[in-house]
Write a protein that binds this ligand. Structure first.
Ligand code: SDX
Length: 458
């Protein structure tokens, strides 16, 4: 019996799948790759390619819509255990980073794999601080948007536009070019986000203040009015620092997959990050924090919750926004931290009706078998929007805050992809289900008059 030649997978295999193709009676031995650090196992999809009925066949592929069971890469950045509710950045538990680290310290960790020394951190924050300005033309670009433009649309466009200001960013194989692009993106995302906010509010743009920390400077660019120096509420600064850390990375989520796929064409990182922002904009992904608030507003009062829940269970496609997760089949560890953060923030700003609706919604959902049987628990987005709203951010700005933070993860994943010798341009296959070959026979009226009339009609 012919056997699949095991691919030249690095390292000794730890077992194999013995596959028999009953169509041909041929057996194949497909090596199981050495497990990842936490035991992830996989086979190489390419090791299935030799499985054919005849030599001229393309060979067997795997079919996995939405990549429910496909590892697109090897990564050492973030580990999630969805059943145990574990999230670690480079091995550090998210709970410890959220409590003790700063966002820029985490951004360094995600990219470099180790926590920065004091000297590294001082230099890193200096570089970020001194790259917060954006080209003045970006202001003109943003002023072209209507007053009611969605800030995620503005952010996505302006980040893509930034690639035109830094043409050398396309030299992605140059480590120095990659470094300065990463610094520029981390430094300028808060500035762009704040400019989007100020444009929608019809307020003048506030320039960066280099005396302030990353989060304080962002809040200053968002909220400073006539005062010469912005004094941020320390509760809000801490809350935003923690929320940025919680949102910094999350392994191969939809937007990170977008950044990796677009980045694999070797486009510049500004364009790749713009693709990530576009993916994050979706209500099933980063747009969920905005959708949670719209949902709570729609419910309007605790007495309406049972009817709303019945509507969700009715199977008409209505979802309990902020609940459920592709990976977490238990409580999202970030949601636990955000919920505690919400308690701290609401001690300052006061508990309001929306928070009461959210707490009651969670209480009911966590005891309802529809959600329990589907392992639907609150995710990071469920409480986040309530905190942002308590800080007076408009609802459609919540996902912009998510994008500012996730830029750290996107860039770390982007650079890891570029340095991964196994990676190349992302180009999935398909199972073709369309017509076989057939001759062209137009159904149009090709008479001269008809054509002239047709031209007029256009
Ligand atoms: C983020 O991937 C990441 O890591 C994302 C993220 C990150 O940090 O990058 O964690 C950030 O995007 C969090 C998720 C935010 N999205 C939402 O809160 C939107 C609401 N959630 C759902 O749309 C959904 O749970 C997803 C998209 C998050 C996950 O969807 P899956 O894994 O594809 O699950 P599914 O749609 O196959 O659902 C399984 C079942 C289905 O019911 P049945 O068809 O089997 O009867 O659960 C149901 C779904 O209808 N279901 C829900 C639900 N989520 C899933 N039913 C009601 N409300 C929900 N929220």
């Amino acid at each position: 019996m012919s056997k699949a030649e095991p691919s030249a997978a690095a390292g000794a295999s730890t077992g194999a799948l013995e596959i028999k193709d009953t169509r041909t009676g041929t057996g194949y031995s497909v090596p199981i790759l050495p497990p990842g650090t936490e035991g992830d196992t996989a086979i190489r999809a390419m090791d299935l390619r030799p499985i054919k009925q005849s030599p001229d066949e393309f060979g067997l592929m795997t079919y996995d819509p939405a990549f429910m069971n496909t590892a697109s890469c090897k990564s050492a950045i973030t580990f999630i255990d969805g059943d145990k509710g574990i999230l670690r950045y480079r091995g550090y538990p998210i709970e410890q980073l959220a409590e003790k680290a700063s966002f820029l310290e985490v951004a360094w960790l995600l990219r470099n794999g180790e926590l920065p020394t004091q000297a590294e951190y001082t230099d890193w924050t200096h570089q970020i601080t001194y790259h917060t300005y954006v080209h003045e033309n970006i202001k003109t670009f943003l002023q072209g948007f209507r007053y009611d433009a969605h800030p995620m649309s503005m952010l996505c466009s302006s980040v893509a536009a930034m690639s035109s200001f830094y043409p050398s960013a396309k030299n992605i194989q140059d480590p120095a070019e990659r470094h300065i692009s990463i610094v520029r993106l981390l430094a300028k995302l808060p500035t762009l986000a704040a400019f989007c906010y100020r444009h929608v509010k019809g307020l003048p743009f506030i320039y960066p203040d280099n005396d302030l920390s990353y989060v304080e400077n962002f809040l200053s660019m968002v909220a400073r009015m006539t005062e010469p120096k912005y004094e941020a509420n320390p509760i809000f600064v801490k809350a935003l620092e923690v929320l940025f850390i919680l949102h910094a990375d999350h392994e191969q989520n939809c937007s990170t997959n977008a950044v990796r796929a677009v980045g694999s064409s070797h486009v510049d990182p500004f364009s790749a990050v713009a693709a990530g922002i576009a993916a994050l904009y979706g209500p099933l992904h980063g747009g969920a924090n905005e959708a949670v608030l719209h949902m709570i507003k729609e419910i309007g009062d605790k007495k309406n919750i049972p009817a709303f829940i019945e509507g969700v269970k009715g199977g008409k496609g209505q979802k309990l926004m902020g609940f459920g997760h592709r990976v977490y089949k238990s409580y999202d560890p970030r949601a636990r931290i955000v919920k505690k953060l919400a308690d701290d923030v609401f001690k300052v700003v006061g508990v309001d009706r929306d928070l009461e609706i959210a707490l009651e919604l969670e209480r009911i959902a966590l005891s309802d078998d529809y959600f329990i049987s589907r392992k639907l628990y609150p995710n990071v987005d469920f409480y986040t929007g309530l905190i942002y709203r308590s800080m007076a951010f408009p609802t459609d700005f919540f996902t912009v805050l998510f994008a500012v933070a996730r830029t750290a993860g996107w860039l770390s994943q982007w650079e890891e992809m570029l340095n991964d010798k196994e990676q190349k341009i992302a180009r999935p296959r398909q199972i073709y289900t369309g017509y076989g070959e057939r001759p062209y026979q137009s159904k149009l009226d090709h008479s001269v008059g008809a054509q002239r009339k047709d031209a007029v009609r256009k």
